[in-house]
Design a protein around this ligand. Sequence first.
Ligand code: FE
Length: 333
Amino acid sequence: MQLRQPLFATLALLAISSGAQAADDLVVYTSRIDELIKPVFDAYTAKTGVKVKFITDKEAPLMARLKAEGANTPADLLITVDAGNLWQAEQMDLLKPLQSTVIDANIPPQYRASNGSWTGLSLRARTIFYSPERVTPQELSTYEALADKNWEGRLCLRTSKKVYNQSLTATLIETHGAVKAEEIVKGWVNNLATDVFADDTAMLQAIDAGQCDVGMANTYYFGRLHQQNPNLKVKLFWPNQADRGVHVNLSGAGVTKYAPHAAEAQKLLEWMTTAEAQNLFADINQEFPANPAIKPSAEVAAWGPFKADSIPLEVAGKRQVEALKLMDRAGWN
Ligand code: FE
């Protein structure tokens, strides 16, 4: 940090004195909503003088737009969630692989693309949630064990259409092989208490309401619900602590292949991996900083420490098609 500050101060002065500010404006396509990213960009502008314009949409239309715009795109950076989506962007040849000693130093290798085309910025665990009224934590152990008979009619799941579950399944395949992974997923489907949910929040509310006893969701959804209702009758459990660890996914970003301001975009991305931005970026959505040197917020830290799966998250992309087919065969709607 000490070394970077004078550098940024110099850049800010250059931007102002050259009067080239408009040309230096960065354009970001983001599937993260305004309130999650605007404070981060505002902080960057305050620090460097570089303005950041952003366009918010769902990841699929943003990627389609980048593809259609090709070399004429105004976008310098793509921000989205889930390694599965970032891998898609990489496959569609929308991202420019970077070499960055800053990113390499700040973000563990399992949370970035091996070719440098994207990096994680914040982390979320997709973990187990349960009803403390109907389940004791001693009954819980692993994701795999939720396929056991004793959970029959007690499990709730979100739809398999959501990339989060595709990525979770992809890591199951990577860990156990396709045959065993399919057995596990079939076990989950057999144990369903009710139809799959459209989102994690509805699934967590179903546990609270007594419709099911246990389910899997991303931690920040729980954080939000818990903030709204401290009496929420749902608790968090960290599975697989004796073996591979909890499935962790990310939000992340990459410089676009045809970025008009590629060097400036890389600087913004690098800055987003440093302490200043990591706190802002993670805390607003109750996520974990992807930079392990940065502590999570008190609210997030209250969930307790856990061992995370160290599988490179690229696997979520590489095995996405396989995961989709497996979930389909298993009858996961
Ligand atoms: Fe989400």
